[in-house]
Design a protein. Structure first.
Length: 354
């Protein structure tokens, strides 16, 4: 550090993204990207005229993308916010709704960025322990008396809460924002988007990074009551109103029109997830009941960190977390059926000590 950085920022521990290694060709299953390419409509949308028109600033109101999202999700444009990936939305929500005298409550095992944003805005964290099987006990999120953040399906575990539980949590915390991060909802979760009409405190965010094969484009969106959306826009217009570039806006709009392609890809992931889970269980691993595009596997014949390292030697990249609760686990993104066949061949060799 330079010595010029403000003391508070100096103390922060940054978020550690999954490795993006380039020393050899890996089967890359460590950051929950889609194994399938963006749709042909997306490819067409970012060629030719969209590129020539880069001389112009993007539409700061993202009108076409927002209208298309509103139509897709059955809400009004005033209920939709878009930003540069859903991490950007989380950042704005923590900036807006958490702070030194405004704590935030979230599950102990979840998306690592929640802690980072809480620290950035100096908000005390109330981290709720998991049930022994890594599921969430919804009772512990009732009447929290502060901002609540839940990923559903949950990050790292893939376990989904039923919509009825999300509704009870929103209903019991009407004086505070309840942020539901639905990054993985398209792989089998129940979305709370419909509940935003009933609960003015409910902020639901989703991303194009996973189910829509667009992690590199950076599009996230939120659906909520118009007043919450206005808050987020106030922050966006106070930081960087041009944060969604015009290629990304065009790509996002095109992706929504190719819904069938992405739905079919999600169905493939769900089928391959079931197959992979059964294979891992047959080898003696505990595997979470995931509704996301990854599995958390551990407590098996090979220790989590060892499995991660041995797979890496075989050019397969999965995720191992430094969190002590997850030390004996790996998180494996679901790739194509062919990739997962290769992963299971490798895991089998490792388990058999070959
Ligand atoms: C991947 C992920 C995000 C971030 O998504 P981006 O839109 O790529 O920023 C947010 N929350 C959770 C739980 C995620 O898994």
């Amino acid at each position: 550090m330079s010595g010029f950085l403000s003391a508070h920022l100096n103390t922060l521990t940054e978020y550690v993204p999954g490795e993006q290694l380039q020393d050899r060709r890996y089967i890359k299953l460590n950051t929950n990207e889609s194994p399938f390419p963006a749709s042909e409509g997306v490819v067409a949308a970012v060629s030719g005229q969209t590129v020539r028109d880069l001389r112009l600033y993007p539409d700061t109101d993202c009108r076409l993308l927002i209208r298309t999202l509103a139509d897709t999700y059955g809400v009004e444009p005033e209920n939709v916010f878009v930003s540069n990936g859903s991490d950007d939305i989380l950042n704005f929500a923590f900036m807006g709704y958490c702070g030194p005298d405004r704590p935030v409550l979230f599950p102990e095992v979840s998306y690592g960025f929640y802690q980072v944003y809480a620290d950035l805005y100096r908000a005390p964290c109330r981290k709720i322990p998991m049930n022994p099987d890594f599921s969430i006990d919804p009772e512990k999120y009732m009447n929290a008396g502060c901002t609540v953040v839940i990923a559903n399906p949950n990050a790292q575990t893939g376990i989904a809460l039923p919509l009825a539980d999300i509704e009870r949590i929103a209903a019991s915390n009407r004086e505070h924002v309840v942020l539901v991060d639905e990054a993985y909802v398209d792989f089998g979760g129940e979305s709370a988007v419909g509940l935003t009409k009933k609960y003015k405190n409910l902020l639901v965010c989703q991303t194009f990074s996973k189910s829509r094969s667009m992690a590199g484009a950076r599009v996230g969106f939120a659906v909520a009551d118009a007043e919450l959306i206005a808050d987020l826009n106030k922050i966006r217009y106070s930081t960087n109103p041009y944060n969604i570039n015009s290629m990304t806006q065009a790509a996002g709009t095109a992706a929504l029109k190719d819904a069938q392609y992405y739905e079919e890809n999600c169905r493939k992931i769900v089928r391959t997830r079931a197959w992979t889970k059964a294979q891992l269980e047959a080898l003696g691993f505990f595997v979470t009941d995931s509704s996301a595009n990854f599995l958390l596997a551990g407590r098996g014949p090979v220790q989590g960190k060892t499995l991660y390292e041995k797979l890496r030697e075989k050019a397969i990249l999965v995720r191992h977390f430094s969190d002590p609760q997850l030390d004996d686990y790996v998180r494996i993104t679901i790739g194509t059926q062919e990739q997962m066949q290769q992963v299971m061949d490798a895991v089998t060799e490792i388990v058999k000590g070959r």
